[in-house]
Design a protein around this ligand. Structure first.
Ligand code: HEM
Ligand SMILES: *[C@@H]1O[C@H](CO)[C@@H](O)[C@H](O)[C@H]1NC(C)=O
Length: 339
């Protein structure tokens, strides 16, 4: 624990360096801090709020634990909220529409689908009481996603912190950048490589669909028309997802353990039991023009550990996509509105 000190945001950037030689070191530290502020692109270590808001991480973890205890699906929803923010990691996804911009909540992949805004609001309210305008909404999202995965039995990882919040949002970017459920393998690889991800990252991250639910409207075409689907799996899904109507009926993304963060998602793919067309696109058995990621899917299906560590590494990478740092952006008081 660092001693209480003025909660300057750039503090975390230099704290891991331990001054040993007085003036010279101080000068170097000052220079580093100044550089970090100017460059403004570097996240800091997880102890970023230790001095300025010592209970921040514990507060987020307890709030997530409570939310998941009340509604286990909320763990999945919070993870997805971070993903949909993070093709930018600046909490832009949380902003309500205003007169000057149309936000991301109404964008195709998000409308009537993203959940968890109230949980984030509650966490932010607590943190504003404890340490006003100190912890960013973007950092709350990143930590809540990590804690959700752990709470559902998955791996954990260290989250670099120090993101700041956007002062605007873009519905059109959300529409263009996020992959859709009818994507094929090349489409998926494209959306992810546009953000700097490798094929391994993309397949590992897709394993997030080991938890949560999708609406009938997003899997209908697959369960009625795809041929790369187990026949009895498709037949049973048709029971709850009619050909017409019932768009919002919920289907588990991982039928075998829908609320546990395990590697059964990958075993489902090998058994042709992926729920979304985009899920099954990761495993084609070498047919249908795909197949490039079949080996990885099999490897993850047989090693939860290998998938867990690849997933954790890819999450850290995802949480670092173009964050606002230094003097860019702001620390929002209310995650739904710019200050
Ligand atoms: C690979 C490309 C991806 C596509 C095409 C995709 C698409 C979707 C779709 C269509 C849904 C269902 C939404 C609904 O019906 O309301 C969904 C749910 C979900 N997605 Fe993805 N997704 C992808 C990658 C990811 C990644 C990388 C993550 C997180 C790291 C993620 C996490 C989730 C979670 C947890 C849910 C369930 C949410 C809930 O139950 O509230 N997805 N996804
Ligand atoms: C299945 O394919 C047929 C023929 O292309 C099409 O008319 C129908 O709308 C499709 N069904 C679904 C649920 O997408």
């Amino acid at each position: 624990m660092a001693p209480a000190a003025s909660g300057e945001h750039r503090r975390g950037a230099s704290r891991s360096l331990r001054p040993r030689r007085g003036v010279l070191v101080l000068a170097v530290l000052t220079l580093l801090a100044a550089t970090a502020t100017v460059a403004g692109a570097q996240l800091s270590s997880e102890d970023y709020y230790d001095a300025s808001c010592p209970a921040a991480l514990l507060t987020i973890r307890s709030a997530v634990a409570t939310a998941v205890l009340i509604d286990r699906r909320m763990g999945a929803s919070l993870l997805r909220l971070h993903f949909h923010d993070c093709f930018g990691c600046d909490a832009s996804v949380l902003l309500d529409d205003t007169a000057s911009f149309t936000g991301e909540k109404g964008a195709g992949p998000n409308a009537g689908s993203l959940r968890g805004f109230d949980v984030i609001d509650n966490i932010k309210m607590l943190l504003e009481l404890m340490c006003p305008q100190t912890v960013s909404c973007a950092d709350i999202l990143a930590v809540a996603a990590r804690d959700s995965v752990a709470q559902l039995g998955g791996p954990s990882w260290t989250v670099p912190l120090g993101r700041r919040d956007a002062t605007t949002a873009s519905a059109s970017l959300a529409n263009s950048d996020l992959p859709g459920p009818t994507s094929n393998l090349n489409g998926l690889l494209n959306s992810f490589s546009n953000k700097g991800f490798t094929t391994t990252d993309m397949v590992a991250l897709s394993g997030a669909h080991t938890v949560g639910r999708a609406q009938c409207r997003n899997c209908r075409a697959r369960i009625y028309n795809d041929t790369d689907i187990d026949a009895s799996f498709a037949a049973s899904l048709r029971g709850s997802c009619p050909a017409q109507g019932g768009d919002g009926a919920l289907e588990p993304l991982d039928e075998s353990s829908p609320d546990d963060f395990d590697n059964t998602y990958f075993g489902n793919l090998v058994a042709w039991r992926g729920l979304l067309h985009s899920d099954q696109a990761l495993f084609s058995g070498g047919g249908g023009g795909g197949g490039a990621t079949d080996g990885l899917v099999r490897a993850y299906a047989s090693s939860a550990d290998r998938w867990g560590s690849d997933f954790a590494a890819a999450m850290v990478k995802m949480a670092s996509i173009s964050p606002l740092t230094g003097t860019n952006g702001e620390i929002r008081v209310n995650c739904r509105r710019v200050n």
